[in-house]
Design a binder for this molecule. Structure first.
Ligand SMILES: [Zn+2]
Length: 227
């Protein structure tokens, strides 16, 4: 079993959503003066790798502390959209199919791989020139029976956040700002476990892929090596 960490390192360098403060990690106690290291962090819950709960856009909906973890730990499928995306362009239902969408998505965490976060996570244009999902694609995803939607790009292209409203409105949590997706096969297990913060709409998460290496080994397997 191979483990791949899909999380950004949370720091001042990570671009926050427009208008949100940068994350600030400060030393509260240090080895030099206190004999112990203790840090304090201040940040918007939407900075870096995190999970959005439906309550983010839907009043009265599930908050992060109430999230059913069976939606965030489970079989995952990667859709490679790298040849279909461009800055400020909508990703369509056709793009999803070309990326590998099929009936098999039901009951899975679907991971949309654009390459955007890997290249732009610390750049100013992260939330302004990003590829995004069309409203049709969002409605299509919302009706598909997936467990969760995981992405490496901001899903909305305008400030009224139609995609967030549609996807979260269907009770589908969003796992956002992933990296290292180029290290994944099409099928794997994923765990995105957000911090359990009272009354919150989101939680920072360490997101990890578990790859069954047997499933990725080609037909010429080790069994023949000792002949
Ligand atoms: Zn968010």
């Amino acid at each position: 079993m191979k483990i791949v960490d899909l999380s950004l390192t949370l720091s001042n360098e990570v671009t926050p959503p427009q208008g949100h403060p940068h994350a600030e990690v400060t030393s509260f106690k240090s080895h030099a003066t206190d004999g112990v290291a203790v840090s304090i962090i201040t940040f918007s819950l939407h900075t870096g790798t995190h999970v959005d709960a439906p309550y983010h856009f839907i009043p009265g909906a599930t908050k992060i502390e109430q999230m059913d973890l069976s939606k965030l730990i489970g079989p995952a499928m990667l859709l490679d959209l790298r040849n279909r995306v461009a800055p400020q362009q909508a990703i369509t239902v056709d793009d999803l199919y070309i990326g590998g969408w099929s009936q098999n998505v039901r009951g899975k965490i679907i991971v949309l791989f654009s390459g955007w976060a890997e290249q732009n996570w610390n750049k100013q244009n992260y939330y302004t020139e990003n590829p995004y999902l069309s409203e049709d694609a969002a409605n299509f995803i919302a009706g598909s029976g997936i467990l969760a939607l995981a992405v490496d790009f901001p899903v909305d292209g305008c400030s009224s956040f139609p995609v967030h409203r549609i996807v979260l409105g269907a009770g589908i949590p969003q796992i956002e700002n992933l990296i290292h997706l180029d290290q994944l096969p099409r099928d794997f297990m994923l765990a995105a476990i957000p911090l359990k913060i009272q009354n919150a709409e989101a939680g920072p998460a360490r997101v990890v892929a578990f790859i069954d290496e047997k499933s990725t080994i080609s037909d010429c397997s080790h069994e023949f090596v000792n002949y």
